[in-house]
Ligand binder design. Sequence first.
Ligand code: TGC
Ligand code: FAD
Length: 390
Amino acid sequence: VPAPDPLDFLAVDASLSTEEADIRDAVRAFAERELLPDVADWFEAGTLPNPRELAKQVGELGLFGMHLTGYGCAGTSAVAYGLACRELEAVDSGLRSFVSVQGSLAMAAIHRYGSEEQKTEWLPRLAAGDAIGCFGLTEPDSGSDPGSMRTRARRDGTDWVLDGTKMWITNGSVADVAVVWATTDEGVRGFAVPTDTPGFGANVIHRKLSLRASITAELVLDGVRLPETARLPLAEGLGAPLSCLNEARYGIVWGVAGAARACYAAARDYALTREQFGGPIAGFQLTQRKLADMVVDVNQASLTALHLGRLKDAGACHHNQVSFGKLANVAAAQRVAAAARSVHGANGITLEYPVLRHMLNLETVATYEGTEEIHALSVGQAVTGISAFR
Ligand code: TGC
Ligand code: FAD
């Protein structure tokens, strides 16, 4: 039996199909060639400088909505989609966000709940990267508890009029279409809002210290008048947006395994070359303990992601199991990033190395798509039958 590969200790990737491994390799090559060289600059600048060009590149690679079928989507397995998320987030969480908001949230919502006309209008353009989508659920006063949203859609003749504010919306200021969730007299409903509709505005949120290589915005809806054809006809109730979240959360389960792997790999390289007290710091027991703990976290996260992916491909993944994955893997990635940063000493606080950038990004990843506490309570509810949310 060959010795374990330090970068895939449990040989998790050995169980991938040839097609899955090909997708992994293609996305890794793209990410390392096109994104990695610039990402620290984007993070420092606090933006994605050219989101339209990036969307085009990602669209050409077929990554937007790649696990959806028809309408220009690639129709790959959930595992293949997860691998793409892993390779993108190994570079930066903001880049995985760029892809998951479009594919798992905006496109998945239209694919699952939209009319034939909405699907034909938006999905091929979004899949190709000719259009950008965002997903507006969170509001200034409604985060973990989206059922308390105040954005309101009221009927006016055959039209709908939307008023309200959405907060922390990834890609919000560069989107062509915003999937917006609002309360109505009949309950929560979803709308595919073209962002050039009068009354729609977006304000970029500045001074973020996390997920800086990502555009985050506030959406303002001020008397946005839409025809009935803009309403997602199959979306009824809060369960509709929550079901979309499962798709993006699943991508995060894989993505953070990539961020963790990148931090561990950087720490291992650094420890083997950095010398103190006459030898490489990798030779000290305390450093080896850190590296061993990182190997455990990275490989357990990968196993969890792959297992959930196989369940998902078999149509057997419950949303509470996705909560398990997000809870476990984000925490694992945070531990790995923090330990990797310490191995880098002073160099670890700079953008010359990826570790603090990942560590800061993971603060966002632990918060969006359901905070750590929300996923702990989801798992708690699943195993006790008692809801502790309120
Ligand atoms: P609750 O009464 O439990 O549920 C309402 C209805 O929804 C159903 N449901 C789900 N369905 C599918 N998937 C899920 N994960 C579901 N969770 C609940 C539920 O069965 C019920 O259906 P029905 O038919 O009985 O009506 O709702 P609640 O108000 O008690 O809230 C439950 C809670 C706290 C779990 C939920 O609201 C929640 O998940 N909160 C977190 C909010 C969140 O994750 N927001 C994310 C915003 S989007 C985002 O962050 C994008 S970042 C992306 C990026 O940049 O990458
Ligand atoms: P709150 O809900 O106010 O929570 C504050 C604290 O209270 C947390 O620690 C939380 O866990 C805790 N808490 C809340 N309720 C409970 C409870 N019942 N029991 C125990 N503890 C509790 N949203 C979108 O809709 N679309 C996007 O594209 C999007 N992108 C984002 C990008 C970034 C960079 C960020 C930071 C956020 C983004 N979000 C997006 C918003 C994100 O989903 C919310 O921030 C998240 O759901 C948490 O909501 P909140 O920030 O209002 O925190």
